[in-house]
Design a protein around this ligand. Structure first.
Ligand SMILES: [Zn+2]
Length: 332
């Protein structure tokens, strides 16, 4: 379900009284005409926002003049994201964090690197160099995308997109590289007086996944350890380990309580049920591909198959990659 459908769905089905009892992220929210991205309030204190679109989901937490931004989206939209978070009250003391190295979470770093510390797991650093082609491709794609945007959105993004596109031949890894690598499995950072916990629990989606947990606001940003109703991208070259991925999620499942808000890397914001959905997907894909292998299916046949649990899941180009990855694992 795309964000617009979700908005309409909630808008049509919830009476105003019922809406007030829901967590902030589930209440009907109008498309905010002042921001480029879809903004979903999270955390029930009015100081935290999930920011959706043009790459991985971002999270902004504000406390006075201090702010934390988790993930920076596709490069051409980094400056647009910066413009949006200022509208959402981001302070001058802005810390940025990348949940992992993938381009749709780190390319926007280019707009933040001069003025902000950028935290990421240490394993992210060498992988940024390998992203350069991805960072460049984004520029070309974004220019084509401009024509598909409504006029008001285009007006907000055009200058940023065109200026990124003009720099494609001079992009360097240092423009994107995090400045503050972390190595411990558990670290604490502060956003003003708000404590944020960072966890790395081994390889999952990549070899540098950080999980961001804010106990005070009762929310967790999982990065791409959770794709909510989107096929999970399994990156053979990025250290993906689907078996441990499932284990990591079982641990993340222990954070918070039944009301904990979960911001996935892709797809809609939800509760811990979206973590359960990702665990189930991983369990199902192992079972389904193992069954196919036992029936003598080839790798090509497996990649071409849409299994029952994969029906209706978004971003279908990822599905054959996931099926093929699991096939290869089971053949080892
Ligand atoms: Zn990713």
């Amino acid at each position: 379900m795309n964000p617009l459908d979700r908005r309409d769905f909630l808008g049509l089905t919830l009476a105003a009284g019922a809406a007030a009892a829901l967590p902030a992220w589930a209440r009907p929210h109008r498309a905010d005409n002042n921001t480029f991205f879809e903004v979903v309030p999270v955390g029930d204190k009015g100081n935290a926002f999930a920011i959706l679109g043009e790459g991985g989901n971002s999270l902004l937490i504000n406390d006075g003049d201090s702010s934390l931004l988790v993930d920076c989206k596709n490069g051409p939209f980094g400056q647009v994201l910066l413009d949006d978070i200022r509208k959402l009250g981001a302070g001058d003391d802005l810390t940025v964090l990348n949940t992992h190295h993938h381009g749709d979470h780190t390319a926007g770093n280019i707009a933040f690197r001069e003025s902000s510390n950028i935290i990421a797991h240490a394993n992210t650093l060498p992988r940024i160099d390998a992203n350069m082609e991805w960072y460049q491709r984004m520029g070309e794609q974004a220019v084509r995308q401009l024509d598909e945007l409504p006029a008001d959105k285009r007006a907000m993004a055009e200058t940023a997109v065109m200026s990124y596109a003009e720099r494609l031949s001079s992009l360097e890894a240092d423009m994107f590289r995090p400045t503050s690598p972390v190595i411990e499995p558990r670290e604490f950072i502060a956003c003003g007086s708000i404590e944020i916990e960072l966890y790395r629990m081994g390889n999952g989606h990549t070899d540098n996944d950080l999980i961001v947990y804010c106990r005070e606001l009762n929310l967790v940003h999982t990065g791409d350890l959770v794709f909510n109703r989107v096929h999970p991208f399994m990156d053979a070259d990025g250290g993906c380990d689907p078996r441990n991925w499932r284990n990591v999620l079982r641990n993340v499942r222990q954070f918070g309580d039944d009301d904990t808000t979960v911001i996935p890397g892709h797809g809609s914001v939800g509760t811990k049920s979206v973590i359960d959905g990702q665990i189930k997907y991983i369990e199902d894909i192992f079972e389904a591909v193992a069954d196919s292998i036992s029936k003598g299916m080839t790798r090509e046949q497996v990649t071409e198959t849409t299994y029952g649990f994969q029906q209706g899941v978004s971003v279908d180009w990822i599905r054959p990659i996931a099926n093929g990855f699991i096939y290869d694992l089971l053949q080892e």
